[in-house]
Design a protein around this ligand. Structure first.
Ligand code: NAD
Ligand code: UDP
Ligand code: UDP
Length: 340
């Protein structure tokens, strides 16, 4: 591995899906990692394997409140990411995105830290441009059920750009497209976790709408590589960078892939499409390729196979525990259906 100088790095949302993989990567590189999380959607299980590392520290804290620590870099990932979770307490979602960003930017300003924002393809909303490039301003409903997340993340981008223009902060903004892999929450309602859990439990796979809507799925390892490269980029030009895998698939196709990879006998069932569900999503990653010399390498089948192994192990360990209590394993992680 390439030698890197040891830095003090804060990861907010570090006990979540992406955050836990990022913490692991930074700890392995030898940095001093401070993981801050309020465990709203993340769990201690995700970072349990790091707790004994001398260069890893865990702090329970809500980023909507000020935080005074001394660090060299900040990765700001704190925010629920699945529609079920961010719509559960929408006011808190906006507070986390906006107040959280202000506090982390204030912290970065005080200590002179470089700061990375986990933004999202949701800033493009139900895009009218396809694939989405960074210069597209988006098509976002400001008052719908997804708005707390979409507008919160858009406002956070504004804050990052203004702290750069007004205070000269060293910022990085990643527009992350759908990412999947081990440590996704089994009941977060996202399509990959839902389909895999349903297939492994022998339940029907719930395709919303007619399943012809598309997403482009990036495996978590590829995404974390891009995070680190973006943060370490010496010269950062103005504006955000799309990160994702341009391989676009429909929801019916992904259901079929999951059924095949799991060898499940589950049927596919159609359910109503949630409100404001974006129709197509595909990143144009030309900018990331050029700036970071990066592109995703994990195929959908490889990534799904790794994800299936993770969820299968999770179900197996739950089934042992639940058998004693007389319940089924899958009921421990019941998939949540959004209101149509
Ligand atoms: P996640 O829900 O697994 O992780 C979010 C983490 O933030 C959790 O550990 C949660 O407990 C924590 N958190 C939430 N509110 C907080 C608060 N107020 N204070 C402190 N901690 C708080 O989601 P994820 O998929 O790991 O997403 C991480 C980041 O990446 C999010 O900002 C999300 O918007 C962004 N993102 C993710 C995806 C994706 O496909 N996974 C796509 C686009 C953007
Ligand atoms: N802040 C923080 N940690 C710090 C410095 C600031 O959490 O180390 C918070 C603080 O609560 C403040 C916010 O960041 O409200 C924005 O700070 P900034 O200095 O930009 O603005 P001001 O303090 O003038 O509101
Ligand atoms: N979806 C689905 N079945 C599910 C969960 C989601 O068909 O059980 C669809 C959802 O309507 C959307 C796509 O899958 O069109 C991706 O949904 P997800 O919540 O994973 O991510 P996002 O909508 O935020 O991109």
């Amino acid at each position: 591995m390439k030698e890197v100088s040891r830095k003090r790095i804060l990861v907010t949302g570090g006990a979540g899906f992406l955050g836990s993989h990022l913490c692991e990567r930074l700890v392995t590189q030898g940095h001093d990692v401070l993981c801050v999380d309020n465990f709203y959607t993340g769990t201690k299980d995700n970072i349990a394997h790091l707790l004994d590392c001398a260069n890893f520290e865990l702090m329970r804290h809500d980023v909507t409140f000020p935080l005074y620590v001394e660090v060299d870099e900040i990765y700001n990932l704190a925010c629920p990411a699945s529609p079920i979770h961010y719509q559960h307490d929408p006011v808190q979602t906006t507070k986390t995105s906006v107040h959280g960003a202000i506090n982390m930017l204030g912290l970065a300003k005080r200590v002179g830290a470089q700061i990375f924002q986990a933004s999202t393809s949701e800033v493009y909303g139900d895009a009218r441009v396809h694939p989405q490039k960074e210069d597209y301003w988006g098509h976002v409903n400001p008052i719908g059920p997804r708005s707390c997340y979409d507008e919160g993340k858009r406002c956070a981008e504004t804050l990052f750009m203004d702290y750069r223009r007004q205070h000269g902060l060293e910022i990085r903004i990643a527009r992350i497209f759908n990412t999947y892999g081990p440590r996704m929450h089994p009941a977060d309602g996202r399509v990959v976790s839902n389909f895999v859990m349903q297939a492994l439990s022998g339940e029907p796979l719930t395709v919303y709408g007619d399943g012809s809507q598309t997403r482009s799925f990036c495996f978590v390892d590829d995404m974390i590589e891009a995070f680190v490269r973006l943060m370490n980029l010496p010269e950062y030009p103005d504006g955000p960078v799309n990160l994702g895998n341009p391989h676009e698939v429909s929801m019916v196709e992904i259901a079929q892939r999951v059924v095949e990879i799991t060898g499940s006998s589950s049927a596919i069932e159609f359910r109503p499409l949630p409100v404001d569900d974006p129709w197509h999503r595909q990143p144009d990653i030309a900018r990331a390729k050029q700036l970071l010399a990066w592109e995703p390498h994990t195929s959908l089948d490889d990534g799904l196979a790794q994800t299936v192994r993770y969820f299968a192990a999770l179900l197996q360990s739950a089934s042992g525990a639940r058998a004693e209590a007389g319940a089924t394993a899958s009921s421990a992680f019941r998939s949540i259906q959004p209101a149509a």
